[in-house]
Ligand binder design. Structure first.
Ligand code: ZN
Ligand code: ZN
Length: 205
């Protein structure tokens, strides 16, 4: 099933169970129930490539254990506060009601803008991540560091998405395998041409 918010560049493909379909019609519109911003908010969000990833899981709380709900969301470009721009982000995630709370399982793939380790030119690296987060019912919580099911039933996915994607950026990444780097004296990008400071240049194989 495919449904769209109607805004360019924002697509939500959802695979739904019969239960999810009931959820959609319960929301009283063709809009996915988990993205509940109005058109004005959406417009502002688009300008900043900022999307509201607050997702309602409240409906799962009273469901039988094992009930799950799958989502597939894609963003050509998205800004994840406070510092991460991601391109072609594909997100597959599942919320499952279990005996302790709500389990989030997510597979993300996106391109992240960074800089070549050698020549400092802007480049993109692909980041893939799979992660799981358990949001524990308040009454079940035993440890201080546990994430709790929020009282309002909304989980903001922007934070875990950002955190797990950041972990996947390799420490060393090159714009091309034979990147020549820069001159330490004048900053000349040696991929683009030589300068006179031969003795200040680090040679790469
Ligand atoms: Zn480079
Ligand atoms: Zn130089």
């Amino acid at each position: 099933m495919l449904s769209s918010s109607g805004a360019e560049g924002f697509n939500i493909l959802r695979s739904l169970h019969a239960f999810g379909m009931a959820l959609c019609s319960a929301a009283g519109s063709g809009q996915p129930a988990c993205y509940n911003f109005d058109q004005k908010e959406l417009h502002l969000a688009m300008e900043k490539r900022h999307y509201n990833l607050r997702t309602n899981i409240g409906y799962l709380l009273n469901q039988a254990k094992g009930t799950f709900h799958d989502f597939h969301v894609e963003f050509p470009e998205i800004y994840l506060d406070p510092d991460l721009d991601v391109f072609n982000l594909k997100c597959d995630y599942r919320f499952t009601r279990n005996h302790e709370g709500i389990l989030l399982q997510a597979d993300l793939q996106g391109e992240i803008e960074t800089h070549c380790t050698r020549c400092l030119e802007a480049m993109k690296v692909t980041a893939n991540t799979h992660f799981e987060e358990l949001f524990v019912f308040v009454e079940r919580s035993q440890e201080e560091f546990e994430q709790l099911v929020p009282e309002d039933g909304y989980i903001d996915l922007a934070e875990p998405f950002r955190d797990y994607l950041l972990l996947e950026i390799p420490i060393h990444h090159l714009c091309r395998p034979d990147c020549k780097g820069i001159c330490l004296e004048c900053g000349q990008n040696l991929n683009l041409g030589q300068c006179e400071h031969i003795n200040s240049q680090i040679l790469f194989d």
